[in-house]
Ligand binder design. Structure first.
Ligand SMILES: NC(=O)c1ccc[n+]([C@@H]2O[C@H](COP(=O)([O-])OP(=O)(O)OC[C@H]3O[C@@H](n4cnc5c(N)ncnc54)[C@H](O)[C@@H]3O)[C@@H](O)[C@H]2O)c1
Length: 275
């Protein structure tokens, strides 16, 4: 796997690096021998996770406290990465928030906060690191979006709208910067067990009820998402640009299957099959 992905000595920047997914991505990149830049808000967590990765995998790591919505902090992060490593190979945009609210109760401030972090933050980091990639004539971006970018996540305020924006931003980057050797793709996870959602799955009814909706009949794990991210971040996907990779076990292609039929869909088909 290490040789197949060829990520050794690549310089990878991950935003949201100490969140549920970010922790997994940074570890998997480090395990492949990549040097990892960890960007997030919590200095203590960043420093300790960064040190642990360097000790465990013998790679170089660089923790940077930076708010992805603040241009000056992100620009300073780019300077720091270039001063330390001389280049930036991969950017993984992960930092986002999900806040619940029915639309009719959502304040404009709450809407703006979500747009600021989930969409404008992705733009700010993409532009700042992208300028360096354009200069280098090479670079690769993977943006964590969600299946909720396509199908609305009800009662989640601006979340789906912001993520739909991320999917289009990624395509626009691909279309404008492909000529400079920069690729941009999205990963769209759904129904994944993360530290945040773990509590849901301790209820066997929820576990069973959710698994039943998925074509693959199981809940996604962090490995499933991380494998997709590493593939898109590697040269193995070199001719994939502006794509959206759904990693949802087939949940999103199951709509017709969710519509009840007398006796159950499969039984109905068996009973009415013309031999
Ligand atoms: N968890 C899921 O099941 C799921 C499903 C689909 C998509 N996603 C997407 O995956 C990504 C990560 O989700 P997660 O479960 O790891 O969430 P998380 O809350 O565990 O991690 C998010 C991280 O982003 C950081 N962050 C938030 N705002 C920031 C800012 N302004 N600047 C810098 N860092 C900031 C947080 O500090 C946190 O460490 C998100 O983009 C989310 O939309 C998650």
């Amino acid at each position: 796997m290490t040789e197949w992905l060829n990520l050794k000595d690549q310089v990878v920047v991950v935003t949201g690096a100490v969140g549920g997914m970010g922790t997994k991505f940074t570890e998997d990149f480090a395990a492949q021998g990549a040097n990892v830049v960890l960007m997030d808000l919590n200095e203590e967590k960043l420093n300790s996770w960064s040190k642990e990765l360097a000790d465990r995998y013998g790679v170089k790591t660089l923790p940077i406290v930076a708010n992805s919505t603040k241009e000056d902090e992100v620009n300073a992060a780019v300077d720091k990465v270039v001063a330390t490593f001389g280049k930036i190979d991969i950017l993984v945009n992960t930092a986002a928030i999900l806040r619940f609210s029915p639309l009719e109760d959502l304040s404009v401030d709450e809407w703006r906060t979500a747009v600021d972090i989930n969409l404008t933050g992705y733009f700010i980091t993409s532009q700042a690191f992208g300028k360096q990639m354009i200069k280098q004539k090479s670079g690769n971006m993977v943006h964590i979006s969600t299946v909720a970018a396509i199908f609305p996540e009800t009662y989640s305020g601006a979340y789906s709208s912001t993520k739909a924006g991320v999917s289009m931003l990624s395509k626009q980057i691909a279309a404008e910067w492909g000529q400079f050797g920069v690729r941009s793709n999205c990963v769209l996870p759904c129904l994944v067990e993360t530290p945040m959602s773990h509590a849901f799955y301790t209820d066997p009814e929820v576990q069973k009820g959710r698994s039943r909706l998925v074509a693959s009949k199981r809940i996604g794990q962090l490995d499933d998402i991380s494998n997709a991210v590493l593939y898109l971040a590697s040269d193995r996907s070199d001719y994939t640009n502006g794509a959206e990779l759904k990693v949802d076990g087939g949940l999103s292609i199951m709509m017709q299957d969710m519509i009840p039929k007398p006796g159950g869909r499969r039984q109905y088909a068996i009973d009415h099959h013309q031999k």
